[in-house]
Design a binder for this molecule. Structure first.
Ligand code: 5GP
Length: 192
């Protein structure tokens, strides 16, 4: 998605440790015009899928998922980071290791909001090592629901999450894939 690549080039900041900061437009301050274009693009890409629910994870995925959901006209469920091992029986749960915080969370979704009839599109802001996305896929599958696809705004193609998710037999569509980035000079190369 050209518009997104241009924005990442203009306002993204490459940090040490393979972290790209996009907090001026994506995951702290949020540019709604850009979000609308992102939502439309997800709808265009997944127009061949029958989707009745969007699943994301708090916090950064929520805004993106909500705007996208307006194009799909479906509800959004977000997985909650529970930070507690006292998981009750009424939830689906999995463990996710945060790439940015280097911490492991229990992530939960109420059984009320995912069932075997659901055809789910999973949306998130970043794909790095794939732990977050793999956890969400596992949550959907543990509910007996179907993962119709996964939509990522920025995939860091030099990390192994993309390969891992695709090898699980899951359709993965990323709006921008970064081939490489350099913390020294701030350069970013995109995959075509
Ligand atoms: P993964 O589980 O794929 O390793 O990491 C995915 C999660 O980590 C995303 O939900 C995102 O919040 C965060 N993340 C991973 N890499 C980056 C990055 O380069 N920049 C930012 N801002 N967040 C990232």
């Amino acid at each position: 998605m050209k518009l997104l690549q241009e924005r990442i080039r203009k306002d993204g900041m490459v940090k040490n440790g393979n972290v790209l900061k996009v907090d001026s437009f994506l995951n702290h301050q949020m540019d709604m015009d850009l979000f609308n274009e992102i939502g439309k693009e997800f709808k265009r890409i997944f127009s061949d899928c029958e989707i009745n629910k969007i699943l994301t994870i708090e916090a950064s995925g929520i805004g993106i998922a909500c705007i996208a959901a307006q194009y799909f006209k479906v509800p959004v469920v977000f997985a909650k980071k529970a930070q507690s091992i006292n998981i009750e029986g009424e939830v689906y749960s999995t463990k996710i290791e945060s790439f940015t915080h280097r911490k492991t969370y229990d992530v939960i979704v109420s059984k009320k909001f995912l069932s075997k009839e659901d055809k789910v599109l999973i949306i998130d802001d970043f794909l790095a090592n794939g732990c977050a996305l793999a956890g969400l896929v596992e949550l959907v599958r543990s509910a007996g629901a179907t993962v119709e696809g996964t939509g990522i705004v920025i995939e860091k193609g030099f990390q192994n999450g993309g390969d891992m998710i695709r090898s699980m037999g899951v359709r993965l569509e990323s709006l921008a894939i970064i081939e490489s980035m350099n913390g020294e000079d701030g350069s970013i190369i995109f995959r075509d």
